[in-house]
Ligand binder design. Structure first.
Ligand code: NAP
Length: 257
């Protein structure tokens, strides 16, 4: 069983959904350097997920790449089974899998696309939290653990004219983080969220709006987009012993925005 060195962080391995790219990949790499064994969840890009596993192994830890659509509850159950079969009991979960859908005004929005965003971002996070809780809960023989969910500054900004449905999916993350922190605290499980602002990853190109970073930079008080690693660091802190009394918080990492 993995034990993060020096941090007193959760005993057990770490599963990161959306671990193949962006913020999730930065979490996987940093976590390995901090002593975690890491299961790298991904949707379809096997090669990039395996490259992250190589970096985990280069840091001296065990890693495994596992494909699963987090919007599929049965696939999520198989993901957790496979992660534990490879790495032993899980002590930590980071829910980073997510997408915005194509940027457009709400009147032009596509109901199927909206539903997909809600299914991946919000239901997917619920499904993963459920599998984690069933394994980590002390009343079920687990050792407790820590969960960090990816919210977004969009949850409070609303993303008007771009993807209001995405903002709504992240508002759901805030609510479920608060509720689960209260329900799972007595089970020894801390649940927190990080709400990034404008971060330099592929997600903006995925929204069909590659110029988005440049366009929104002027709205960021710190004057630049953040990096994936600048979000990964507070996530690793929330998993660590340093955050032993922190649960139910939504930590904004938005450069002041
Ligand atoms: P990204 O670079 O676009 O990476 C998305 C990740 O999610 C990839 O690993 C992808 O896997 C995975 N994924 C997508 N759909 C999935 C599905 N149905 N099932 C499983 N995995 C799936 O995104 P990012 O910018 O790192 O964003 C990570 C999280 O932070 C998201 O929840 C996002 O909403 C949130 N966030 C990002 C920003 C930002 O500015 N970047 C700001 C606020 C919040 P594949 O590689 O296999 O496609």
């Amino acid at each position: 069983m993995a034990e993060a060195k020096g941090t007193g962080a959760p005993k057990g391995a770490l599963l990161v959904t959306g671990g193949s790219r962006g913020i999730g990949a930065a979490v996987c790499r940093l976590a390995a350097r901090e002593g975690y064994d890491v299961a790298v969840g991904y949707a379809g890009r096997k090669e990039v997920a395996e490259a992250v596993v190589q970096d985990v192994e280069a840091a001296g830890r065990r890693g495994v790449a596992l494909a699963a659509d987090v919007a599929d509850a049965a696939a999520v159950a198989r993901l957790f089974e496979a992660a534990e079969a490879a790495l032993g009991p899980l002590g930590a979960l980071v829910n980073s899998a997510g997408l915005t859908g194509l940027s457009k005004r709400f009147v032009e929005s596509d109901p199927e696309e909206m539903l997909r965003v809600l299914a991946v971002n919000t239901a997917g996070t619920l499904y993963c939290c459920r599998e984690a809780a069933r394994r980590m809960a002390r009343s079920r023989g687990g050792a407790g653990g820590a969960i960090v969910n990816l919210s977004s500054a969009a949850a409070t900004l609303g993303s008007p004219g771009e993807f209001v449905w995405y903002a709504a999916s992240k508002g759901g993350i805030d609510s479920l983080t608060i509720g689960l922190s209260k329900e799972l605290g007595p089970e020894g499980i801390r649940v927190n969220a990080v709400a990034p602002g404008l971060i330099d990853t592929d997600i903006h190109a995925g929204a069909g709006d590659a110029g988005r970073l440049e366009r929104f930079t002027s709205q960021v008080p710190l004057g630049r987009p953040g990096t994936a690693e600048e979000v990964a660091r507070p996530i690793l802190w929330l998993l660590s012993e340093g955050a032993a009394y922190t649960s139910g918080t939504i930590l904004r990492v938005g450069g002041g925005r």
